[in-house]
Ligand binder design. Structure first.
Ligand code: NA7
Length: 536
């Protein structure tokens, strides 16, 4: 037994969201502790160290906006910074604001149990340490529970094997090696591009092709750097107005308002533009109208065919079972050209599935492949997975995992009925998931901070979402999602995540109404004295 340490607020996770929440809770004068599973800050940027890891947000739209001094002093080196630089940035923020002293590292939380007699949460860490907090705030990320595929013999492989989200800290030399990559999501695409440059033989095992579009990365020159710094206010204002918190504004026209030539020229321009322009800066109806989406999907399919020399390989890389943009669009830098290299081979698992992994490689239904290394770019138990890995129990000992088993339910994507004094930054049914995350998570943090101020100033010990408010929010999330084409596609956006055994039913996990609309709804709830919350 260890002595339980007590604080006002416990924050789970020291990534982008948790660090900022710590900064804000401190300002309230409350006692606070952050419990972080990793050995240092960074969250996603601590864990995802695989070759080629970088973000798909414009660097200068990704950093925190709360400190002018921080914005002024930090220079991003590339338009889309690589992982080591982002991690360095988050370490810099941690040091600058002296955040480290309130963080316990190597502290994987295993359970959080609400104690009704005292209105506090009892939190247990893997090493046996126990904490008690009046409030807990989860900042555990939506893509933080990595999933290895359930393939017979996986543990028998004798070479180097690693999930991209658990890449070693020490350098891994795969130059000249025979390397397999399983998975072709946003991560797979990044790692394949890099390994294609150095591997002796690279074999990509693809279950589903994605529509990948050019990232358009490059160094930020001095003049551009100066312009970025001079226009930060405008950049951030634009990000506040857009549906997704990115710098790209959606076009207010429908696809049908322009001629075929204009449309083609518009798509061409967006395709060449750096970042997510083609995805989130497109005509306003491309994710609402199937016929509009078909035209856009055909455009990207043509691009893929143009870039891959072997037409049989190109056809395998062309998605046919979903429309462009209805799954997360991977951004790439020469991804399709990798398949024109002699050292790279594509195995289509729809034709020849993996049957087992052996000590020396991978067997598919038609042959066996020998490897020195297997890279699992097989993704995550997304959005709710990190919650499921903690035993969270609310009123009456009810488990959150059990509550959500029949479908996720929340109020504002920030709190859950029956789980008092629990707040979820970038939680399920929050707009932040379909957003340039720091832009939206800052809003979550600031709203939560106001709620805490309200609670502690008034001397309340407990707040809780009302069931009726949760019902309404959950219905709204479903209603908005059903108006879009996203719900018609299997992906981690919609809970139909084939990476994870059992996650095969549709679930309304994301508020798709856009960040400004979400922010207005949250503000309105606060202005109405936290409508839908019961305080005591
Ligand atoms: P994703 O997008 O979930 O991609 C995982 C990939 O791994 C995807 O291509 C999967 O195919 C594939 N996969 C998963 N399990 C298997 C098995 N058992 N066999 C073969 N292939 C498999 O994860 P990422 O890490 O790429 O990206 C996650 C997010 O991080 C991304 O969206 C960005 O927001 C950043 P499937 O498509 O399921 O057929």
């Amino acid at each position: 037994m260890t002595d339980t340490q007590e604080v006002d607020v416990l924050i789970l996770g020291a990534g982008v969201s948790g660090l900022y929440q710590l900064y804000r809770v401190r300002e309230l004068g409350l006692s606070v502790r952050v419990l972080e599973a990793a050995g240092d800050v960074g969250g996603t940027w601590f864990w995802n160290r695989y070759p080629g890891a970088r973000f798909d947000s414009e660097s200068y739209t990704y950093g925190y906006s709360f400190s002018k001094e921080l914005l002024d002093e930090w220079n991003w080196s590339e338009h889309f910074a690589p992982q080591p630089e982002t991690l360095k940035y988050l370490q810099h923020v941690t040091d600058k604001f002296d955040l480290r002293k309130d963080i316990s590292f190597n502290s994987t939380v295993t359970s959080a149990i609400f104690d009704e007699s005292s209105n506090g949460w009892d939190v247990r860490v893997e090493d046996g340490t126990t904490w008690r907090g009046r409030v807990i705030i989860t900042a555990i990320g939506i893509l933080s529970a990595p999933v290895y595929p359930e393939i017979e013999g996986r543990d028998s492989f004798e070479g180097f094997a690693c999930h991209t989200a658990r890449w070693p800290h020490e350098p891994v030399d795969l130059a000249g090696q025979r390397v397999a990559v399983i998975g072709t999501g946003a991560t797979g695409v990044q790692v394949i591009q890099e390994l294609g440059k150095i591997a002796g033989e690279l074999t990509v095992f693809q279950r589903s092709p994605n529509y990948c579009v050019p990232l358009g990365n490059g160094p930020i020159d001095g003049e551009t750097q100066a312009r970025i710094h001079a226009t930060y206010d405008e950049i951030l204002a634009t990000c506040r107005e857009t549906h997704t918190g990115f710098i790209h504004r959606a076009d207010p026209r429908t696809i049908w308002e322009v001629s075929d030539e204009e449309r083609e020229a518009f798509f061409e321009r967006l395709y060449k533009e750096p970042g997510f322009g083609l995805w989130v800066g497109n005509f306003k109806d491309v994710y609402l109208d199937r016929a509009a989406n078909d035209i856009l999907s055909d455009f990207v399919r043509r691009k893929i065919r143009e870039r891959v020399n072997n037409s049989a390989v190109a056809e395998k890389l062309v998605p046919t079972n979903h429309g462009f943009g209805t799954r997360r669009v991977p951004l790439e830098s020469g991804y399709y050209e990798v398949y024109n290299q002699d050292n790279v081979r594509l195995v289509d698992l729809r034709e020849t599935p993996i049957t087992r992994i052996t000590p020396s490689g991978i067997e598919t239904s038609d042959c066996s492949h020998e490897f020195d290394a297997i890279v699992y770019a097989t993704g995550f138990d997304a959005i709710t997975g990190a919650f499921d890995r903690i035993d969270i129990r609310g009123v009456g000992g009810r488990s959150l995992k059990e509550k959500w088993a029949a479908g996720t339910r929340t109020y504002l994507g920030l709190t859950v009925a029956g789980f008092p004094n629990l707040l979820t930054i970038v939680g399920p049914q929050n707009a932040s998931i379909f957003c340039n995350i720091p832009r939206c998570s800052e809003q979550n943090v600031e709203w939560i901070t106001d709620l805490l101020r309200h609670m502690f100033d008034a001397g309340h010990q407990r707040f809780e979402a009302e069931e009726s408010a949760e019902d309404e929010w959950t219905a709204l999330v479903g209603q908005i999602a059903s108006m879009t084409l996203f719900t018609q596609t299997d992906s981690w956006f919609t809970g139909v995540n084939r990476n994870v055994t059992g996650n095969h039913h549709r679930n309304d996990l994301i508020f798709m109404g856009g960040a400004p609309n979400y922010r207005a709804r949250c503000d309105e709830v606060a202005a109405a004295g936290y409508r839908g919350f019961a305080f005591s």
